[in-house]
Design a protein around this ligand. Structure first.
Ligand SMILES: [Fe+2]
Ligand SMILES: [Fe+2]
Length: 377
């Protein structure tokens, strides 16, 4: 940037506004009236998008033949939103990636100021170690990696492990608050067995001599089998959310609040025949389909989904979920709700399909990103 001393111009000699704009620039000044910072509603570059599992899986497996976990810090394909391909982001605050760990491999231990989570997609025998506690992975499990916790992953099974990584990196980057540190060895020592944090804090009782001070949940693994039972039981009642049907939030058992300071996570069951009410909110989300088939309409576009597809939901986009099948469908999702809540920016509203002019003939989504904007990086 130019130094003010480079600009000897005298204000009295500047005769027009364009001239003034040029003359003040070297002084690190801008005319506030010449820029648009405020507008009636949010604007976002995030596009609604779906990544189909039958596309992602073979590319990631091929990557597994071309690079191993000693060369890649994490062997994962980023779900790069085509609306902002240079941001390494899935929504404006969240990023997702599909990670592959092959039998016998270890993804080395590290920690970072971004918070992370996993939704397990395929395989068995995988595990994560978080600050010395080992968490086994089963399909549908939700695993937390709070910020600045040491974590490494491995696969003790005989088949590839795939899971969805979810992080708040775009948010943390926008705050210029990125810290990262590799561990001193590839693996950290396991000092707590599988289920240790659940036994301490997740059973409705807690040791009186242990205090969990961190704002993030103490639980490392929320088992899908348990959550699925809960959803199934709740689904027997006629009650449900008009937009999300039978939806539960993963909670921090110490605070009763969100699992992480920046991320909330949910599981929802859409009963057969469910037609959700369109709504929108200032928060964005990433969805993983765990069971069943259905579709979502986002800003008038229809996105058909099935197992292990991943969907980016932009903030302030009208959307509705539908399950026209005869079987239950289950979606896992994570959002930036805690950020918007704590900043006083959370807004929600609902409407009807008729008000939006949506009907049965909504256009299908584009099947591929534009050439410049490959969904896989
Ligand atoms: Fe990590
Ligand atoms: Fe929603």
């Amino acid at each position: 940037m130019a130094n003010p001393s480079d600009s000897p111009r005298d204000p009295e000699q500047v005769g027009s506004l364009p001239d003034l704009y040029d003359a003040i620039a070297p002084h690190a000044l801008q005319a506030l009236w010449s820029v648009s910072l405020l507008y009636p509603e949010p604007r976002t570059d995030v596009r609604p998008w779906i990544w189909k599992w039958n596309v992602v899986r073979p590319w990631l497996l091929r990557a597994g033949e071309l690079i191993d976990t000693t060369q890649a810090e994490r062997r994962a394909l980023l779900y790069a939103n085509p609306g902002m391909p240079d941001r390494y982001a899935t929504t404006q605050t969240l990023v997702s990636a599909c990670q592959l760990v092959l039998p016998g491999e270890v993804a080395r231990s590290h920690r970072h100021s971004a918070a992370a989570l996993r939704f397990i997609m395929e395989g068995e025998g995988g595990y994560t170690v978080v600050n010395g506690e080992k968490a086994s992975m089963q399909v549908g499990d939700f695993i937390t990696t709070p910020n600045w916790t040491w974590h490494d992953h491995g696969n003790e099974g005989s088949a590839p492990m795939f899971w969805l990584d979810g992080l708040d990196i775009p948010l943390v980057r926008s705050l210029d608050a990125v810290f990262f540190e590799p561990y001193t060895s590839r693996r950290q020592e396991v000092v707590e067995g599988v289920g240790s944090s659940t036994h301490k804090f997740g059973m409705g009782v807690a040791p009186t001599y242990l205090k969990h001070q961190d704002p993030s949940t103490p639980l490392i693994n929320y088992r899908y089998a348990q959550v699925r039972d809960v959803l199934g039981e709740l689904a027997k009642s006629p009650l449900g959310d008009p937009s999300d049907d039978v939806i539960v939030e993963y909670v921090n058992p110490v605070t009763g609040g969100h699992v992480l300071p920046t991320i909330a996570a949910y599981a929802q069951l859409l009963r057969p025949g469910f037609d959700g009410q369109p709504h929108r909110h200032t928060t964005s989300a990433v969805y993983l389909v765990v069971e069943g088939e259905g579709y979502s309409i986002i800003n008038g576009q229809r996105f058909d989904w099935s197992k292990n597809d991943v969907i980016a939901m932009p903030m302030w986009a009208w959307h509705s979920h539908h399950n026209p099948s005869g079987s239950e469908a289950v979606l896992l999702s994570y959002t930036d709700v805690p950020v918007f809540e704590s900043l006083g920016l959370l807004r929600r509203e609902a409407t009807t399909a008729g008000e939006l002019g949506w009907n049965q003939s909504v256009p299908a989504q584009e099947s591929r990103a534009p050439a410049r904007e490959s969904a896989l990086v």
